[in-house]
Design a protein around this ligand. Structure first.
Ligand SMILES: Cc1ncc(C[n+]2csc(CCOP(=O)(O)OP(=O)(O)O)c2C)c(N)n1
Ligand SMILES: [Mg+2]
Length: 645
């Protein structure tokens, strides 16, 4: 795998870069991290950002093998190790648990806000398919996590949420502050949860948590640990309830489909002229990716993936319909949804479409969309059986129509780029979209290697269809299902951690830089996590589309123009998010014209590869770029639901 770009023809050499203030700071950081040693960095020693000895020593300290006698927290952490929990994202709080997890060898990343750490854990899971946890202190640390939990919930991420709690003894009193009855607060957001009130059952509840995380429809699991539980002492395993091996508290056996439903599905697909498979997160988590490909190829049914991550079905495959969703969905006559648990209204199917739904549990089948055939089965087992039972099929006209739809979208990208490139009073989002895609997929680096996320609002409308996913988890979508602004940088922390160490689906792309496209409003919420990226040498290139506003300004413009409500949507203009990044230990670039974007991207990529350090590219746009009439292509008009006229 090629993960370097040729630095010979880059405009700015590393030496030039070091001469800048940020460069000096970065170089010192890198020296402390053991990456590079540049004497020039010493020039600005006083002002330089650095890692403490204690931090670096701690990161390389060896883990401990803990055994009885153990505290409750140790018992829990040991269960996490046994279950292969890959990482923990946390802020200080819930101390016995996070200390024990770190000391027992679980990789811990400590960030600036518990909510962002929940997004980070979610991102880690979304791109790797491996389990991770987030943690916060009781009270405010826990409540900070709520948006992250809700985001993970809509994405059906099997996220383990951990929080401490005050003593059971003082329940229903105000004796201790930060006392909070947490479980009702995650009601409706979690798959399962438990306030552990019986110390001797701490292991049993850990087992319950992993059973929930590893089976059925995925979703967040929330455990809270009152102090009596975390600090309880156990002399030996005899003092714990259900202290048994994982082979005894959960099964690897999966549900398989019944013959009648498989036959009914095949009959329906055989009669269809324009069948379509919609693949969701279930295919990713239940390792059904190869089975999906084989079935689609045998039956020549196009596949569209819709979910919080992409790459379940490669965008490079001739049957892929992912990049032309609406054009394709509008024409489909039979739609088979596989492991797509969250069903939004965005796909635009015709009312007469017949649906087949494949999911491991029956509770979701028939929800939101009327179903013709329900297949209750693990997705992999269902697709393998469908492959075995279905005859070879051909849908030549339909497959060419899907290819033509993809071409329409590719041409749209080129046309939008042509228009965007014509505007010189700022960087138009269409320029970011096309030039980023050309750099990542059509240039010097391997098109498979870079994981990219796009969040924000209007910027997403431009960038989403330019991104490509050729391997599972190559694209992540922080706003999927919950529309969370301000999840992008936080999520990138987890994504980059998964890529840096090559977890799960990212094994072959270990160490590659990651790209995160975000917005100015978004960056205002979680931009502080640039410090976390820099601290852990996570090479994320954060592209901030800075249009001096919440993009909703454009949506409501007609109704709010000149009124007291207009200012609600506006920031100060020309804010320097790049300097914010620099101040936090990252490299910063401020790009004010379209011709400067690509060179800045190349510099940041080189720094990511050579120094393993993050960057912020602050792309100065204009709020007016979203106005269709003034600056075509603009954003599509939204219904005037929130208007005042
Ligand atoms: C946390 C949060 N707050 C508010 C909203 C409502 N909202 C949806 S899109 C949007 C505008 C976002 O602006 P920005 O992130 O800067 O993206 P832009 O459209 O300007 O590119 C707002 C306010 C939301 N979805 N999430
Ligand atoms: Mg904005």
């Amino acid at each position: 795998m090629e993960n370097k770009i040729d630095s010979k023809d880059d405009a700015l050499t590393r030496r030039d870069f070091i001469k800048t203030t940020a460069g000096a700071a970065l170089a010192t950081t890198a020296v402390t991290m053991g990456h590079v040693g540049h004497p020039e960095a010493a020039e600005d020693e006083k002002a330089s950002i650095r890692l403490s000895k204690e931090f670096t020593n701690s990161l390389s300290a060896s883990s401990l093998k803990i055994d009885f006698p153990m505290m409750g927290a140790d018992v829990f952490a040991k269960a996490c190790v046994e279950e292969g929990l890959a990482a923990l994202f946390a802020c200080p709080g819930n101390y016995p648990i996070i200390h024990s997890m770190a000391n027992q060898g679980i990789r811990v990343f400590s960030g600036r806000h518990e909510g962002h750490m929940a997004h980070a854990a979610d991102g880690f899971i979304r791109v790797s398919g491996e389990l991770a946890a987030c943690s916060g202190t009781e009270g405010p640390g826990f409540t900070n996590m709520i948006t992250g939990i809700a985001t993970a919930s809509k994405a059906r991420t099997p996220l383990l949420i951990l929080a401490s709690n005050k003593s059971i003894l003082h329940e229903d009193t105000d004796i201790e502050d930060q006392h909070l009855y947490q479980q009702p607060i995650t009601e409706g957001l979690k798959k399962w949860g438990k306030r552990i009130i019986t110390p001797s059952r701490v292991y049993e509840y850990a087992c319950d948590a992993f059973r929930q995380l590893k089976t059925g429809i995925p979703g967040p699991v929330h455990l809270d640990f009152p102090s009596e539980v975390a600090t309880a002492k156990f002399k030996d395993s005899g003092e714990l309830v259900m202290y048994v091996d994982k082979s005894k508290y959960r099964t690897e056996s999966k549900s398989s489909p019944n013959t009648a439903s498989i036959r009914a599905a095949i009959d329906l697909l055989k009669k269809a002229e324009k069948p379509l498979i919609i693949a969701g997160a279930g295919v990713f988590y239940h390792k059904a990716i190869e089975a999906l490909k084989r079935f689609a190829e045998k039956t020549q049914i196009p596949v569209m993936e819709v979910g919080p991550m992409r790459g379940i079905f490669s965008d490079g495959h001739p049957l892929s319909a992912t990049l032309a969703p609406l054009l394709t969905a509008r024409k489909a006559d039979v739609v088979m949804l596989v492991g797509r648990y969250f069903v939004g209204k965005e796909l635009g199917f015709r009312p007469e479409v017949k649906y087949i739904r494949v999911e491991p549990n029956d509770e979701n089948i028939g929800r939101v969309m009327p179903v013709e055939v329900g297949i209750v089965s693990d997705e992999k087992a269902a697709l393998e059986t469908l492959y075995d039972e279905a005859p070879k099929m051909k849908h030549e006209t339909w497959v060419s129509e899907v290819a033509a739809n993809r071409k329409i979208m590719e041409n749209r990208e080129i046309e939008w780029y042509r228009m965007g490139r014509g505007y010189t009073d700022g960087v138009h989002p269409a320029v970011i979209a096309k030039e980023l895609a050309d750099f990542l997929y059509r240039g010097k680096i391997s098109k498979e290697q870079t994981v990219v996320g796009v969040g924000g609002y209007g910027i997403q409308y431009f960038v989403n269809f330019s991104l490509r996913a050729y391997h599972p988890g190559q694209v992540f979508r922080p706003t999927y299902g919950f529309g969370t602004m301000g999840a992008d940088v936080g999520m990138s922390v987890g994504v980059a951690a998964a890529v840096k160490f090559g977890y799960g689906y990212q094994a072959s792309f270990k160490g590659s830089p990651v790209v995160c496209v975000t917005s100015d409003a978004g960056f205002g919420i979680d931009g502080m996590e640039m410090e976390t990226l820099a601290k852990y040498s996570l090479p994320v290139i954060v592209i901030v589309y800075n249009n001096d506003c919440w993009g909703t300004w454009a949506d409501f413009r007609t109704f709010i123009k000149g009124r007291p409500s207009e200012q609600i949507h506006l920031f100060q203009e020309k804010l320097r998010y790049d300097k914010m990044g620099e101040g936090l230990g990252a490299h910063g670039e401020y790009v004010t014209g379209p011709e400067d974007f690509l060179p800045a991207l190349e510099r940041c990529y080189r720094i990511a590869v050579n120094e393993s350090l993050p960057s912020v590219i602050n792309c100065q746009g204009k709020k007016e770029f979203y106005l269709k009439e003034q600056y075509p292509p603009g954003l599509p008009a939204i219904p005037a639901s929130g208007g005042t006229d």
